[in-house]
Design a protein around this ligand. Structure first.
Ligand code: 5GP
Ligand code: MN
Length: 361
């Protein structure tokens, strides 16, 4: 009787998370190398790409928290200012912004024993951190879902077929047997990255396991509607007005199919632009059925930032790598142009002419 009672109570008190059987897609040799590398060190740095998105910051913070719960001295270092709209996921996990204190951040990198590279495939994506990371003579571990990883990593966990780096980090945690260190904070970070990289499971997620993984994450008590609202559906007023202005006055459409939005310095100043204020703007023209290629050019202080989105067979990663020193995914890519906004628009016009010419071949 007594024992039965204890059993009864324990089923309600103990949080038992049943994880789904996930196919072991990650190469065992790479996992073994990762295991040995982690066992051998205490100080770990986790990096992600500049202008971090939800997947980059979510995967970095989640992995950092798991490593800290394992007793490691882990630090997330992001290259530049995090968009205000993403700061809600950083609650409870500190991180270092390289551009805010290069000396301090460089020292952490110089003293670390291991470096993770999350959500990017080439060290050029960490911007001014690149030479310091390159100089560090420590194991470097890539976990990423972009095509064509650069060479030179000690461990390569690269799966372009995955929705997000957050999904991959979850798979790594499970494969390494670290699941007891997943808590609500870790699960929330991972869920945000999966949501933002898939448009809340609209694209890059047409396979059952990504839903099973979201289901697993929900068992940790994540507040999915809150995370969705904060990550996907919240804009400051100036940002809403800037985006509305951009669509109304700064969008041109070629041939009814290709949209171009250009925001110059003056536009950005007028609407008090801050990092992240035009997040998801480039997706908006694709709501029009006939438009399947959307480009957004923004005149930043150091370059013209290029963002492209597409649908169907039209691939934008190749265009971004060929013309804008960038890359990304088939339907979501970006790059940079170094020159005037007028020259960048002229190059875009040339690309449009090429695309149309190639169609008629
Ligand atoms: P976004 O347009 O939101 O900045 O980026 C969309 C996708 O393109 C992301 O997967 C991002 O990693 C990639 N991307 C954006 N900018 C760059 C860039 O300058 N270089 C490379 N290689 N990829 C980029
Ligand atoms: Mn990603």
């Amino acid at each position: 009787m007594c024992c039965e009672n204890i059993k009864f109570i324990s089923t309600f008190v103990v949080l038992k998370v049943e994880s789904t059987m996930i196919n072991p897609i990650i190469d065992t040799a790479e996992l073994n190398k990762l295991k040995h590398a982690i066992e051998a060190v205490t100080r770990i740095v986790i990096t992600c790409h500049k202008r971090a998105d939800g997947d980059a910051i979510g995967s970095s913070l989640a992995l950092c928290r798991v490593l800290r719960l394992m007793g490691k001295n882990a630090t997330v270092i992001i290259p530049d200012q995090l968009a205000q709209s993403l700061t809600f996921i950083t609650k409870g996990i500190d991180y270092v912004t390289f551009s805010h204190g290069e000396v301090m951040a460089s020292n952490i990198i110089r003293n670390t024993q291991l470096i993770f590279a999350l959500d990017y495939n080439n060290l050029s994506r960490v911007d001014r951190m690149q030479p310091i990371v390159e100089a560090a003579q420590v194991p470097k571990i890539l976990i990423d879902h972009h095509l064509n990883p650069a060479v030179g990593w000690d461990v390569v966990i690269s799966h372009p077929e995955m929705s997000s780096t957050c999904e991959l980090v979850y798979r790594v945690i499970m494969a390494m047997g670290w699941q007891q260190h997943i808590d609500k904070t870790v699960a929330s970070c991972l869920a945000v990255g999966i949501m933002t990289d898939t448009g809340n499971l609209a694209w890059s997620s047409s396979y059952p396991e990504v839903y099973h993984i979201m289901g697993d994450l929900m068992q940790y008590g994540i507040d999915k509607p809150f995370l969705y609202k904060m990550a996907m559906d919240t804009l400051p007023l100036n940002s809403l007005l800037l985006q509305s202005y951009a669509l109304l006055h700064k969008m041109t459409i070629t041939d009814g199919r290709f949209a171009l939005i250009v925001l110059d310095k003056h536009d950005l100043e007028t609407y008090n632009y801050k990092t992240g204020d035009t997040e998801r703007l480039v997706n908006k023209p694709l709501s029009v059925n006939e438009i399947y290629w959307s480009t957004y050019l923004r005149e930043d202080a150091s370059c013209i930032k290029v963002s492209m989105r597409s649908e169907g067979d039209f691939a934008v990663d190749e265009l971004c790598s060929q013309y804008f020193n960038g890359g990304g995914h088939k339907h979501a890519a970006g790059g940079e142009f170094h020159g005037t906004i007028e020259d960048c628009i002229a190059l875009y016009d040339k690309i449009v002419d090429e695309v149309i010419k190639n169609e008629s071949k």
